[in-house]
Design a protein around this ligand. Structure first.
Ligand code: KMH
Ligand code: ZN
Length: 310
């Protein structure tokens, strides 16, 4: 098996600051967690920006550039920029930070779907929330449609191609793999693919070994075994670790981080660095040495840090 590409999604846009004091918010905090995770051995960092005043997910490209360049100043870790953005952002707003920063990697979501975090609101009373946007963010996600139409995907694909940004395809269901195949047939995607199987979002497949097997076998059948590498995101606790272990045993790669899970043990809030350390322990036990950023750049065919705009 290949060395393990360990990605860390340090902040995301689904959670609210009230859920955990460890979620990095300011560009300095996000960069600092990214650098600390890289020092622990993480290969790649997936970033979103948040408004430093209140932690709300932000499409501000200058904030994103500030985060990416602070990471680059201290580390060679691969930086992947989110184009998933957050609730209320238009597809163009979501694309802008990656396009502006011309990052090596950027997420590419493969279909329109429900994407709800409303179940997390059951833990809080209205007066618990630290910021006025948070309650509606969680509860209102019941109405949220995560938009990724074919027109949007064509735009994302051609923009990323023109800036030599490698797509990190996010597939939440087997239908998304068929969408990717259609993009391939119509000239908007080209193997070899780097795919994240995202399991456990309310609106996508659940985080179970059965879902993962189905994703892998579907991808092998329709894309061809030699045409993709996969990594797995298990959303929630303990699914993040369970899916990591199954992915490692299958020769896949792994993403952890507070974007997808905020607990280190049942009921105990995590830091990003603790999540990395726990998954590193699993990787060691399962004989999957971590890939360095340089190794992963070769594996994924990335353009290199000299070619980014940050
Ligand atoms: N929040 C994750 C479940 C993106 O940023 O493009 C998926 C994600 C999407 O990371
Ligand atoms: Zn993300």
């Amino acid at each position: 098996m290949e060395n393990l590409i360990l990605s860390v999604a340090v902040t995301g846009s689904a959670t609210v600051p009230t859920q955990s004091p460890h979620i990095p918010i300011t560009p300095e905090q996000i960069a600092s967690d990214a650098i600390a995770c890289a020092e622990l051995g993480a290969t790649a960092i997936h970033i979103h920006a948040r408004d430093p005043k209140n932690g709300r997910p932000s499409p501000d490209k200058t904030l994103m550039k500030q985060i990416a360049s602070s990471i680059k100043a201290k580390s060679e870790v691969i930086v992947g920029i989110s184009t998933g953005g957050g609730i209320g952002m238009t597809p163009l707003e979501r694309l802008e930070p990656a396009s502006y920063c011309e990052s090596e990697l950027a997420s590419f979501n493969l279909g329109t779907m429900n994407f709800s975090m409303h179940a997390a609101a059951r833990h809080f009373k209205s007066e618990d929330y630290l910021h006025d946007w948070e309650e509606e963010h969680l509860k209102g996600s019941k109405r949220f449609i995560f938009r990724n139409t074919f027109e949007d995907m064509e735009l994302f694909a051609s923009t990323m191609k023109s800036k030599l940004i490698k797509p990190e395809f996010e597939a939440y269901d087997t239908a998304h793999l068929h969408n990717l195949k259609f993009l391939e047939k119509t000239g908007f995607a080209e193997p070899p693919y780097w795919i994240q199987f995202v399991l456990g979002v309310l609106g996508g497949l659940p985080a179970t070994p059965e879902s993962l097997m189905m994703m892998v076998s579907t991808a092998e059948r329709i894309l061809g075994k030699e045409n993709f590498r996969f990594s797995v995101i298990g959303v929630g606790y303990p699914m993040q670790f369970q899916m990591a272990a199954v992915a490692m045993a299958m020769g896949g790669h792994v993403r952890v981080g507070l974007e997808d899970n905020i607990f280190i043990n049942r009921g105990q809030l995590a830091t990003n660095m603790q999540l990395v350390e726990k998954v590193k322990r699993l990787a060691e036990e399962l004989e999957r040495p971590l890939a360095t950023p340089a190794e992963a750049r070769t594996m994924l065919g990335l353009k290199g840090l000299e070619a980014v705009n940050y």
